[in-house]
Write a protein of this length. Sequence first.
Length: 471
Amino acid sequence: MDALTSDALVFFGATGDLAYKQIFPALQALVKRHGLKIPIVGVAKAGWNLDQLKARARESIGAHGGVDEAEFGKLSALLQYVDGDYSDAGTYTRLRQVLGKSQHPLHYLAIPPSMFATVAEGLDKSGSAKGARVVVEKPFGRDLESARELHRILHSVFPEDAIFRIDHFLGKEPVQNILYTRFANSFLEPLWNRTHVASVQVTMAENFGVQGRGGFYEEAGAIRDVVQNHLLQVLACLAMDAPTGEAKDAIRDEKARVLGAVRQLGPGDIVRGQFKGYKQEKGVACDSTVETYAAVRLFIDTWRWAGVPFYIRAGKCMPVTSTEVIVRFNRPPRETFPEDAPGRPNRLRLRLSPEVLIALGMRVKLPGEHMDGEDVEMIAMHQTVDEMSPYERLLGDAMHGDASLFAREDAIEAQWRIVDNILGNVTPVHEYDQNTWGPAEAASMFGDPGGWHDPAASATQPGKNSGGQHA
C-alpha cells in the first residue's frame, strides 16, 4: 500500500475502557492540533445510539485533559456510530453503508485479540478491508506460537504494510529521545560498545499494585505485561546500530536485527517476585504464582555487545514510579590517584519517566590540597508543556501510513523467542514486601559489586546507590 492518508477512522470497542481512557482524548487533540476532518465511526455492541456515544466522548475527554468546547464541537460533528454484534454480518454491512465513499479507512481494533479473526473476516466479506489499514493493540499473542497464529489471521486479510501493531510505549517522547540522543551526537558512538560499556540496566518501577485488575494480571504477569514488549523495545533502542539510508523501515530493520541477536533467556537468567498481598486482590487465585516482579539478564551476540550484560527489571509496589536506564562504563585501566574510596565508574543515566532527563556521572576533584574527588552528575532535564500523547502521535502516524513507531512482525516474534523459555512457572516466585525494590534474590544475578541502581523519587535527587552531588 502507498502512503495515502486514511479517509475514515473506524474504531471497534468504542464503548470500552481503552476508548474512554485514550482514544477520545487523542481524537480531540488530533482535531485541535492537526485539523482532523475525516469521518470517525465507533462500533460496539452496547445498545447505544450516536447521542450516547457523543456523551461518552465528552465524559472521557473531560476526565482526561479537559473539554475544549470549540474543538469538541468539531469532533462531535465527525462522530458516527454502528451498534451491532461482531459476529453478525449485518454489522459490517451497516458499517460499509456508513463509510459511504471512503476507500481507505483505518480500522482500529480496540478489542480482545480473540475477536481479531471474526472482525477481520467481517471487514473482508463486506468490502471494508479493501484499501484499508488496521491497527491492533498488544498483547500480540501470549507466546511465540500464538503470536505467529495472530499474524497468520491478520495476513489472511491485510498485507503486512497495512498492519499497524500499536505499543503506546514506542510513541512516548522519552523513548524516541533515546534514539535521538544516540544518533544526533557524535561523542557517544565511539564509547557505545563492549570496549567501554560494562553493563546496561533498565528499571521500570511502579509504586502501585494491580489496581483492581487482578483477573487481567493473572493472565499476563510482569513478563508478558511489560518485559516482552515495552522493555525489550527500550533495549532495542539502546543496542541497535544506526539506521542506514533513507528507507522508511530503516529504524525497524535495525531494531529487528538486534532483537534477533539477543540470546534466548533460560531459568538461570531470571528472578521472579510477587508482592505480599497480591493473593488478596480481587480476581487473583489464592495459590497464584504469577509474577508482579521480574528481573532478567540478557546478552546480545554481536561484535558490538558481546559479553556485555543487559539487566532489565520491572515491578509493582516499588518505592517509586519511574523508568530509568543506566549505562555503566568501564573503570579507568589503573587508578591514578590513591584515594581511600575510589568513586563509581562513569555512567549515563536516561530518565524516561516521570521526567525526561539525561545525566552524565563523573568524578571531579574536591577543593583542597589533596587529590581527592567526589561523584557528580551533570543533568539536562526537559520539561514539556504541551507534549503529544502517545495515542495522538500513533493514530496520526497510522492515518498517514507511517509505521516507524509501530512494532513489526519479525521484531515481535524475536521478542517472544527471547522470553519463550521463561514463561509460566519455570522458576520459583519469591515474595517481597511492598514499598521495597523486590526480592533479595535478584541481587545474585550481578557479577560486579555495583548491583542494581534504584531510581529516586525525584529525578534530580540522588537515590540509593547513586549518592553524590549534582553539577
